[in-house]
Design a protein. Structure first.
Length: 121
């Protein structure tokens, strides 16, 4: 059941090639970590920058995918520092993507998520 009642988008950081593969088949199955955990890890607007810094340092060719979670099995579950993170159970239809934007790295290899990247209206 989707508990994203405020209709704000959720975000997925993924490798460019993973997303291009998803476009070819119509859905994103998730990263190796997602598949091992049994759900696709997502972040809210307020969580995605920290997620990028903690888990994607020095990773090149990343994309930030904004997702309309309407109709998807997204569940908010406790994770880092007691925060409630959105997790998608099932595949992510490419059609649910609102926007797809490249993520650049700063000089220290930290992914940069700017506020304009989070604006999808």
């Amino acid at each position: 059941m989707n508990t994203n009642t405020n209709r704000q988008p959720v975000f997925k950081i993924c490798a460019r090639q993973e997303w291009h593969d998803a476009i070819d088949c119509g859905f994103y199955k998730g990263s190796d970590l997602d598949m091992a955990d049994g759900f696709i890890h997502l972040s809210t607007r307020d969580q995605v920058a920290e997620t990028a810094q903690l888990h994607f340092r020095a990773c090149e060719n990343l994309l930030l995918v904004a997702i309309d979670a309407t109709g998807l099995d997204v569940r908010y579950e406790e994770s880092r520092h007691g925060q409630m993170f959105p997790h998608l159970f099932g595949d992510l239809p490419v059609a649910a993507a609102i926007s797809v934007k490249p993520i650049m790295l700063d000089e220290k290899g930290i992914p940069v998520i700017t506020t304009d990247m989070l604006d999808v209206d």
